[in-house]
Design a protein around this ligand. Structure first.
Ligand code: 2AM
Ligand code: CA
Length: 258
């Protein structure tokens, strides 16, 4: 897509994200319907579903060529990254949404023939919208977001997921012991946005495509790196342990992980 067209699409998508936020805030005042998916820790609510419907409908209107991979299944069967692929997580951190009414995000990533092109992470309660892509740069609420400093693991806080840390998967406890400390929030989107903002030097978690599709676009635009925990490239159509980090922190983490 041409730069002008991308700029217009980026503006329109930010409007869509803001409209989605307003709808979610309205629905938060009403009774939630909560269901378990694969376990009692894997939840979906009526708001996840209706927000996904809203986002999928809005994306199809903006981009008739869109093929949409969406967490709650409102999109398409996407089995290749060819063409215009949109990856949607309507509520990231649903456990937080249900129990805290805080610390959850909505996320959309757009890939053209597999190339990271546009990304959106909206921290709903903090009202912080991270948006952009390689051709446009990254903004937070329309202000240019500078690239974070390339800090080493030893010089910053590290975002973890509780299961990886508790079970010491990949030598996570050593990673944390090397950093200035662990921060665990329960939302991949919000923790990745903290890496974008330079508040964390990295984040490592077992993630599904919609958990990191938007974050990958934004992180790579800011000179951060997104890889699998073994250092190999991520695949946008499969789940895995994904590291988002500064270049120096990535180097340190990959030397520690097993
Ligand atoms: P979700 O709320 O969209 O499901 C919580 O630990 C973080 O990990 C959230 O970003 C959550 O996204 C995601 N998550 C929850 N269960 C997961 C699973 N089984 N595999 C991968 N990511 C998961
Ligand atoms: Ca979700």
């Amino acid at each position: 897509m041409e730069r002008m067209a991308l700029q217009q699409l980026n503006q329109a998508m930010q409007d869509v994200m803001r409209a989605a936020r307003n709808r979610v805030l309205e629905k938060m005042g009403t009774q939630l319907t909560v269901a378990e998916k694969t376990s009692r820790r894997d939840l979906v609510t009526n708001v996840d579903r209706s927000n996904e419907d809203f986002l999928v409908h809005a994306i199809r209107k903006l981009d008739p060529a869109a093929r949409i991979l969406a967490e709650e299944g409102r999109g398409d069967q996407v089995t290749s990254m060819t063409g215009h692929v949109w990856i949607v997580d309507p509520i990231d951190g649903t456990m937080n949404f249900v129990h805290q009414r805080n610390h959850f995000a909505m996320m959309v990533g757009y890939y053209e023939d597999g190339t990271p092109t546009l990304g959106y992470i909206y921290d709903v309660m903090a009202d912080k919208l991270y948006a952009g892509g390689p051709a446009l740069g990254v903004t937070m609420n329309d202000q240019v977001l500078p690239a974070p400093a390339d800090l080493d693991l030893a010089d910053g806080l590290f975002g973890a997921s509780a299961p990886l840390l508790i079970h010491d998967r990949f030598n996570m406890q050593r990673v944390i012991a090397t950093s200035l400390g662990a921060r665990i929030l329960g939302s991949a989107g919000i923790q990745i946005s903290q890496v974008l903002a330079g508040e964390l030097v990295g984040y490592l978690s077992y993630l599904r495509p919609w958990d990191f599709a938007a974050g990958r676009v934004l992180a790579e635009t800011l000179g951060l790196v997104v890889t699998q925990v073994d250092g190999t490239p991520v695949n946008m159509l499969s789940s895995g342990a994904v590291l988002v980090a500064t270049k120096r922190a990535r180097h340190a983490v990959l030397a520690i992980v097993k």
